[in-house]
Design a protein around this ligand. Structure first.
Ligand code: GLA
Length: 413
């Protein structure tokens, strides 16, 4: 038998040769486009889906310091802050150029004291502050994007006190989505400031597959929403069109990393109050970020009641962090179910169509035996329903939902 030490030495020589050969191959591999992609460590943010307000859906490019500050005031005065909304986010159009050193410049007319003053104001209200940029050299509204300035911009945001960055996908040239988003998430992390990272890739590159690895806390799953129950308009989709694109995505959401079916349209005027309650209910079932997109300074009582419904918000923010799924579809009647902490479940009965429907919820759709007595609470009427067994049938008005929370009436098992 040969001494073990001799074999080891020989093996080491062989290994070194193999390693040298492999290393020699590396530049060729990168030149051929093979890229190493490792998971970014969690930033510890967004344990539950972020809640806040964003300027885009209602104001588009018409943003200014006075508007953002007034919306922050209204977030407090309206009860939105008390209901859990935190982030006040300026979307596109705050930026106009770069100085000689490449530093990003805010519009001096609309933000005369600069962005830090706005961030300080928002923080003074006990809220958090968010901003917007883009992977390309221009944003969707052709303002300067962050391409080639990622670390410089991230540092600037951190100095201003930014807590949330929405990072868009316009004018991306030939950029690879994963690496473009990972670059900005690395840049944000390097600042040392906790900043929620919102990947706005419109679902184009299936960001649910890599968004968490790239350091995203949320990623848009679709193109833009518009203020309509259904139907496409250019780049935009109605509530039902967006909902249909969420059907297979539940498995990708978890605490710290959420599917984002785009912002809320509640209160913007294009839908009925019942349709807005439906968007809110469905977004809560989807564990979606709840980012209001209306003018908080002038909300109707119905809009405020919808956006601040604490029982529905509790579903969205449930600590289990599991996204709900569609468990049945029969024409316009759909049932969506989301598991909650303590063995409870949230349920949405959705009537997509123009005729009234009766929708029957069988316990089998909940994965429960028919004999089990269940308690239901109606989360819009704020009422408990009588204990039921086997099934529950409820009328659901046209283009609306009923939203329930189920608790077993007797201990399970
Ligand atoms: C894209 C995004 C929107 C909004 C606009 C701003 O369309 O998806 O949410 O940020 O850009 O230009």
């Amino acid at each position: 038998m040969r001494p073990i030490r001799h074999i080891s030495r020989w093996t080491a020589v062989q290994l070194a040769a193999v390693l040298a050969l492999a290393l020699a191959q590396l530049p060729a591999a990168s030149a051929a486009g093979v890229m190493h992609f490792f998971a970014r460590p969690d930033n510890g943010l967004a344990a539950t889906p972020p809640m806040g307000w964003n300027s885009w859906n209602h104001f588009a490019c018409n943003v200014s310091a006075s508007l953002i500050e007034a919306e922050a005031d209204a977030m407090v005065a309206s009860g939105m802050k008390a209901a859990g909304y935190r982030y006040v986010v300026i979307d596109d159009c705050w930026q106009v150029g770069r100085d000689a050193n490449g530093n990003i410049l805010a519009d001096p007319q609309r933000f005369p004291q600069g962005i830090k003053a706005v961030a300080d104001y928002v923080h003074g209200k006990g809220l958090k502050f968010g901003i917007y940029s883009d992977v390309g050299d221009h944003t969707c509204q052709m303002r300067p994007g962050s391409r080639g300035h990622e670390y410089q911009d991230a540092l600037q945001y951190a100095r201003w006190g930014v807590d949330y960055l929405k990072y868009d996908w316009c004018n991306k040239g030939g950029l690879d989505a994963r690496s473009a988003y990972a670059t900005m998430s690395d840049a944000l992390r390097a600042t040392g400031r906790p900043i929620v990272f919102s990947i706005c890739n419109w679902g184009e590159e299936q960001p649910w597959l890599w968004g968490a690895q790239a350091g995203g806390n949320l990623w848009r799953t679709t193109q833009d929403i518009w203020d309509a129950w259904s139907g496409r308009r250019d780049f935009a989709l109605g509530v039902l069109d967006i909902l249909d694109l969420q059907v297979d995505l539940a498995a990708y959401a978890r605490p710290g990393h959420w599917n984002d079916p785009d912002m809320l349209e509640i209160g913007n005027g294009g839908m009925t109050d019942a349709q807005y309650r439906a968007q809110f209910s469905l977004w809560a079932i989807l564990a979606a970020p709840l980012i209001a997109g209306n003018d908080l300074r002038q909300m109707s009582a119905a809009t405020r009641a919808t956006l601040t419904n604490k029982e529905v918000i509790a579903v969205d923010q449930d600590a289990l962090g599991v996204e709900g799924r569609r468990v049945s579809k029969d024409g316009d009647a759909e049932i969506w179910v989301r598991p909650l902490t303590d063995g409870r479940e949230a349920i949405v009965l959705l009537n997509r169509g123009a005729r009234p429907l009766s929708i029957r919820l069988d316990w089998s759709a909940l994965g429960l035996p028919a004999y089990l007595p269940l308690r239901f609470r109606d989360l819009w009427q704020h009422q408990d329903l009588p204990v039921a067994k086997v099934s529950l049938t409820l009328p659901v008005a046209p283009t609306s939902v009923r939203m329930l929370r189920e608790t077993p009436a007797a201990p399970r098992g």
